[in-house]
Ligand binder design. Structure first.
Ligand SMILES: [Zn+2]
Length: 51
């Protein structure tokens, strides 16, 4: 999933390590993108269930 525009496609991952969004052209390390996606999911969960 692209951290910039949210586009999700297997074409965004040309290799295991690289991320290249085919929709907006964003490039990043795949691990960085994964971390951003995990962080975003955690924030969504926190907002849905405020302590
Ligand atoms: Zn994108």
């Amino acid at each position: 999933t692209c951290p910039e525009c949210g586009y999700t496609a297997k074409e965004n991952r040309p290799t295991q390590e690289k991320f290249h969004c085919v929709a907006c052209g964003r490039t990043a390390h795949a691990d960085t993108v994964g971390a951003i996606n995990v962080l975003r999911a955690g924030l969504v969960r926190r907002n849905a269930n405020p302590a």
